[in-house]
Design a protein around this ligand. Sequence first.
Ligand code: ADP
Ligand code: MG
Length: 492
Amino acid sequence: MIVLASENEIWEMAKVKLQENLNFSNVSMRLWFDSMTLKVLTEDTAYFSVDEDLKKKVIQTRYLDDIKAAVAEILGFEVKIVPISTEKDTFENCLADILYNENQEKNTPSVIPPVQTPTYRRMDNSYLSSEIRPIDDDLVPGQVLVSPSFPDILPEYTFENFVVGSSNKLAYTTARTVAQNPSDKTYNPLFIYGDPGLGKTHLLHAITREIVKNYPTYNILRVKGEDFTNELIESLAIKAPVQFREKYRKADVLVVDDIQFIAGKVSVQEEFFHTFDALFESGKQIIVSSDRPPKDMKTLETRLKSRFEMGFIVDIQAPDLELRVAILKRKAQNLGIKVPNDVLMYLGENIKDNVRQIEGALKKMRALAFIQGKDIDMEHAKVVVNDVLTSAAEAVTPEKIVTYISQKFGIPEEDIKSSKRSKSIVSARHLVVYFMRTMLDMTYPIIGKYFNRDHTTIMSSVANVESEIKRSLEFENMINEIRRDIKSGNIN
Ligand code: ADP
Ligand code: MG
């Protein structure tokens, strides 16, 4: 096995060769190759991201052979050079589509070839967990195979620990029914949706646990929507989509948490659809959770939508006061803390939208009381409620918006705040401005001050995003996704 440097180092070394070979000045080098990054290197192809369509075109028509030669000088063998423009979509989405199409073109062989583990293959960690399991990690009967970011079944996520009230009763009883009798046609697929923190993942864990108990020989595959995407990209990159498919299609029960992550990615939906169909046709149970119902997943393929609608769709709503207090009592009991009734009522009335916050508040009160060597009282409750409420209200700041957009689109924060005019930087800046205006109600002049720009420039940035939203459903969907992420503090 050859040990090679990282993609980054390979590309840096190749660029030196390139400059020598082309006899380029630093300025031209910078113009064409600085924003070009080697993202994925497989045994026969190097995939580069390029920030603008135009640059990609020029690179493709003028410099492909030179790049190929320079990279070959470093690697010792030739690889195909594929530049991917990230002007309109993320690198990983584009890559997924390219790999998928390549694979479609070659007819899928009827005999499954053994997986060839390439001698060298590594992917950019920013979108692929380094802990992704090997693709040939097979299912054996009775095994619960878990995708990387899906935590093991948590001992406390049981049906017994799930407190039932009017807002979650139907979801709970349906989940129990499916757990006792998977593959009953009435509840297949089972689609559970609701806002974050209302118990979807808890129920999925409880179902899995129950099925393991009742059906010890079943193959259960639990996966997070985003892992399905990543694993598919990985399998396509090492040209082993058949193994990927086989693995999923051996499941007796497929559990997908947070499926909203696959919406919008054409190739991933396509693959999911086929997997779904194969399992469904052979009477296997599919259980899915999402933050919204299929009809509101704008970029979800119609075929997939109607498949989900064939089964059973159930929602979990925010708990009412009675349920909140019941949950508080149960959680306090589990945590082994005594909470007076007035405190329970006070917490119940003030912490409303998210059960996760209820738990957090109890733990914080326990810590406060412990530090002070006192019993839990109203004073602790007030501190904690104040924390929860202000942390929700103050969650979004201009800096957080900048950080989020910078991470999501891979554009350095300094560039967003600078006056650079490259297209991808300008687009990122437009988005930041738009979210400052719409999420923080900042005035145009104040945003202008932040960016050291005239307020009319700021107005036109906002208008620009607004018109794009009107033009493209997909864009609107992305905007909503970003807003949700920023709101929920979903920033790395
Ligand atoms: P979601 O997946 O919908 O975002 P989770 O299942 O992760 O929410 O739930 C968040 C936390 O709240 C978990 O610790 C879970 O155990 C708890 N929780 C949610 N609903 C209930 C409930 N009805 N009874 C007890 N705990 C709950
Ligand atoms: Mg969840």
